[in-house]
Design a protein around this ligand. Structure first.
Ligand code: MN
Length: 256
């Protein structure tokens, strides 16, 4: 099995290293990842400047291909220009921090996996519920190594990917694996105003995450100590509103 590994935290992050190491035992791993931090870039593609690719080493050994682009760029470029053969699976992560609820639309980790499934390859995004610098990715990496062969056996429709979150608690405290819905938590964002040496204001996004408390949501189950797996897709039509909008009488009128 050929496995393409990518992420959004950058090719030098601890999460992608743990992931690539764990997947070595599962298949033939190729790492193609951003050369710098790309969290919260969503599904951005680089179109105004060229992409460069550089070989990247870790611990004195070849580790992968560092790309001067976004997570979605990495997957597209890997398939079109870097990999000699199509991968059987794309795994994105392990992200530093949970990817649940509204975070899925900002997440570069998830977008890399979305790009994989758009290109017809079964794909997983995996995140560890820990933002701290000393986070231990060992168990999350083992979860990925467990799940990849399972995904390889089953059919996922094109456009559907698996979003996985792993609690950052000792392994013997993890309660198990649960299939979960995307929650409705949100970020309580605000911009902190600071001043540069010239006295001009600048703004830095900060804030805190407000998870929902709904049983069955990714946020709630993750907080309770479960590994959560959520099937997601990128198709955005709201089918309930599709019908409601038809009752507004605006269809067929030719617009303004
Ligand atoms: Mn990230």
């Amino acid at each position: 099995m050929r496995i393409l590994v990518t992420n959004d935290d950058g090719i030098d992050s601890p999460g992608i290293y743990a992931l690539a190491q764990a997947l070595q035992g599962v298949g033939e791993v190729t790492v193609v990842a951003p050369n710098q931090q790309q969290s919260a870039v969503g599904h951005a593609l680089t179109v105004a400047v060229p992409l460069r690719v550089h070989p990247y080493e870790r611990n004195g050994k070849p580790f992968g291909h560092a790309v001067t682009g976004t997570p979605a760029d990495c997957v597209k470029l890997a398939l079109d220009a870097i990999l000699p053969e199509r991968p059987d699976i794309v795994v994105s992560g392990i992200n530093h921090g949970r990817n649940t609820a509204v975070s899925l639309i900002y997440s570069g980790t998830v977008s890399a996996a979305t790009e994989g499934t758009l290109l017809g390859i079964p794909s997983i995004a995996i995140s560890l519920d820990n933002f701290s610098l000393d986070a231990d990715f060992t168990h999350a990496a083992e979860v990925a190594a467990w799940l990849v062969p399972i995904l390889h056996q089953h059919h996922l429709p094109r456009g559907v990917l698996l979003n996985v979150n792993v609690p950052a608690i000792p392994r013997d405290q993890i309660k198990g694996v649960r299939i979960a819905e995307q929650g409705s938590g949100f970020w309580n964002d605000r911009y902190e105003v600071r001043h540069d040496p010239m006295g001009r204001p600048y703004y830095w996004l900060t804030g805190s995450y407000i998870p929902d408390g709904h049983s069955g949501s990714d946020d709630q189950l993750l907080t309770e100590g479960y590994v959560t797996i959520t099937p997601i897709h990128y198709r955005l039509t709201d089918h309930t509103m599709l019908e409601e909008l038809r009752t507004w009488g605006i269809e067929g009128k030719g617009g303004a």
